[in-house]
Ligand binder design. Structure first.
Ligand SMILES: [Zn+2]
Length: 417
């Protein structure tokens, strides 16, 4: 099973619909828990599951019919079925010693709700929309493969809405990657670049993100002497300082939204195009370059870039390998393999004294990542799907084609994922 999580692209009325169902789910859960806590244990025997079934019956047959609860009938019935189920699960986890007693859900945490189809799985046609049982069709920010699933959970984080569900690996239709060969990607935030791929593709640093960062820096610079009060010295912040910090918070959010948007789109495109990607484990090069732009996003972005890419490679039937951090990808010559002892960060072009290769430094690095030997691979995440079924195996395992060996690698991947 694969878990898929995608962001929903909602208009205002759809957001309202989701918010109402988030509230409804919380309401049902808290309602059931509150009655549960009031049940007279002498009168009602049996386990928590049995008691919750009883409470559900009361809710369905009595409470929902009261005039004050008419609004609950406008809500998806699958949401309340699943809210009751979630409470059962919470209790059974508690009895197994896996968690505390279920607590009331608070309004300040938007939480999630689950809808499922009562008559089997739902076919997702793929593309930029998703069908949620009992709720209808919604737009999503990235394309889905054609797949089926029965249960969907909608969650909200900040002002963003996500839907997650799981699908069977066998049911993902094969995606024909445009590039089947291995590529290396060198993420190096310098000189307007985000990363370079060993096939020569250069991914530019996104302009909206750059603009947001520049704006943020200007604001910070102009207000460098502002103080937001001091609680110990009992100095309260000035109105101007308050205004500034509000503005600053908004700009920080803008930067992080632009960054997320860029990373989501980029990783989807890469995972769809390339079947096999090799990446570095750590990337501190951008930070060392002391490039302001790089410093702003390097640490936060590289981890996220990698995680997203790994998840998407998994969804799209490819895989991502991590090359260990000691592999000298930038110091090696991608042509003859000789290694430089010293390479300054200011040297943007790799010049080899042995074979006279002259190549962009980051491209050289990306090609080296592509060429990194098996012993430098520290981890492998991706699909178990075998693309080409061919290659015969001898009983002792010798004489396998390289493809057959690759298949073994792919099968092994399953344990990681
Ligand atoms: Zn060379």
């Amino acid at each position: 099973m694969y878990a898929i999580k995608v962001e929903l692209k909602l208009n205002n009325s759809e957001k309202t619909l989701m918010n109402r169902h988030l509230g409804f789910s919380r309401f049902c859960y808290n309602y059931a828990l509150s009655i549960y806590n009031q049940l007279d244990n002498k009168k009602y025997k049996g386990g928590s599951s049995k008691k919750i079934d009883l409470i559900k019956k009361i809710f369905t047959n009595v409470t929902k019919k009261k005039s004050g609860f008419a609004w609950t009938n406008e809500m998806s019935s699958r949401v309340y079925q699943n809210a009751f189920r979630a409470l059962k699960t919470a209790f059974s986890r508690h009895w197994k010693g896996l968690g505390g007693l279920p607590k009331f859900k608070k309004k300040k945490h938007p939480g999630s709700f689950t809808v499922d189809s009562s008559n089997g799985v739902i076919l997702q046609e793929g593309g930029h929309r998703i069908k949620l049982p009992t709720l209808g069709f919604f737009r999503i920010t990235e394309a889905l493969p054609k797949c089926v699933s029965q249960t969907y959970t909608v969650s909200k984080r900040g002002e963003r809405y996500y839907v997650s569900f799981s699908i069977n690996a066998e049911l993902i239709p094969p995606i024909q990657h445009e590039i089947f060969e291995t590529v290396g990607i060198d993420v190096n935030l310098s000189q307007g670049k985000y990363c370079v791929i060993s096939d020569g593709t250069m991914i530019a640093f996104p302009k909206p993100l750059k603009a947001a960062i520049t704006k943020l820096e200007k604001l910070q610079y102009h207000n460098r002497n502002k103080q937001l009060g001091n609680r110990k010295q009992k100095i309260s912040p000035s109105n101007n300082a308050r205004k500034y910090y509000n503005k600053l918070a908004k700009l920080h959010k803008k930067v992080s939204d632009a960054r997320n948007d860029f990373l989501q789109k980029l990783t989807t495109a890469l995972a769809r195009k390339y079947r096999h990607i090799k990446l570095e484990t750590l990337n501190i090069k951008g930070l060392m370059a002391n490039d302001k732009l790089a410093m702003h996003i390097a640490d936060a972005s590289f981890y996220k870039f990698k995680t997203l890419l790994q998840n998407k490679a998994n969804n799209y039937g490819g895989f991502v390998e991590s090359v260990d951090q000691w592999y000298p990808s930038s110091k090696l010559c991608s042509n003859c393999g000789s290694k430089k002892t010293d390479l300054r960060l200011s040297e943007r072009v790799y010049k080899c004294e042995q074979c006279n290769l002259i190549l962009d430094r980051d491209l050289n690095s990306a090609i080296n990542l592509k060429l990194a030997a098996e012993e430098h691979i520290t981890n492998r995440v991706g699909s178990i799907r075998i693309h080409h079924a061919c290659g015969h195996e001898n009983a002792d395992g010798h004489g396998k084609s390289s493809l057959a060996r690759k298949q073994e690698v792919n099968t092994k991947v399953d344990n990681f994922g």
